[in-house]
Design a binder for this molecule. Sequence first.
Ligand code: NAP
Length: 312
Amino acid sequence: MAEPHFRRVALIGLGLIGSSIAWAAHRSGAAGEIAGYARSAATRETARRLGFCDSVAETAAEAVRGADLVIVCVPVGSCGAVAAEIGPALAPGAIVSDVGSVKASVIAQMAPHLPGHVHFVPAHPLAGTEHSGPESGFAELFDNRWCILTPLPDGEPSATARLRAFWEALGARTDEMTPEHHDLVLAVTSHVPHAIAYTMVGVADDLRRVTDSEVIRYSAAGFRDFTRIAASDPTMWRDVFLNNREAVLDILGRFAEELFVVQRAIRMGDGEYLFDYFTRTRAIRRGIIEAGQDTAAPDFGRIARTEKERAG
Ligand code: NAP
């Protein structure tokens, strides 16, 4: 196994993303040792039982002591509080990063609490499932997925390069962009689709002419996939919308306008318009498959992802 990229990695937050980083780091040998911390005693206990951290601390400050890489893996609305807690305990020269689904707001929350002697390199792995918590992580989560880094303008390029190498060791492909651009791209590819899925499932729930049991029993592929997305963690997604408000509202506005156009085509019986529209959107799906970001298998390309899941 290769030399570890970091001697001691501290993970603050041990849910889906934190535990998956730990499993993937064990798999690759990218971390010499892994220290973890989560807010609740129950999660810390589960992490100890599953053994994906070498040590689980009772405080965040204790976990980061002596770490040369610290990754904050908590909901984006809690990143500022965590940064305030760990700031005074960070080792000189340490790289501090996060995995938040929103970047500009996380940077604004965390940066004021971080001492000048650390390197702050924000990042976001574009990998996840609708499951959360310490038991949902697995080593393959980041394989062939993108991890976007949003380095600060005055950041040290060598720190960014070291973090990129770490994520690549976990199986990810890496890229860099500005936080604002990241937030706009993710509003299109992730945040607004989640808002639409939550809303569509809410509509079905409200529609009293169709009973709950009919919605469940006759659930067709389109609705079923909406329900999968709408089963995502409520805390995480509340925080995403509150922290990427402008980009989400911009894209939601465009979506609403587009929806009216499609609605009008349906009302007017404009089959040609609908056919051309659906042909154009189908090409996007093909592009995603060709880029290796999903498979063409039926059931929306969902495959058993881990031994744990396969074992049921
Ligand atoms: P998760 O499974 O719900 O885990 C969150 C973890 O953070 C839990 O261990 C929780 O501890 C801990 N936590 C919450 N508030 C805390 C606080 N104030 N101090 C210390 N620990 C705290 O969430 P996740 O899916 O791993 O998401 C974590 C981050 O990754 C979020 O910022 C999210 O935007 C980002 N992300 C998520 C996905 C995804 O698809 N899930 C993908 C990419 C990035 P307890 O268990 O004790 O409450």
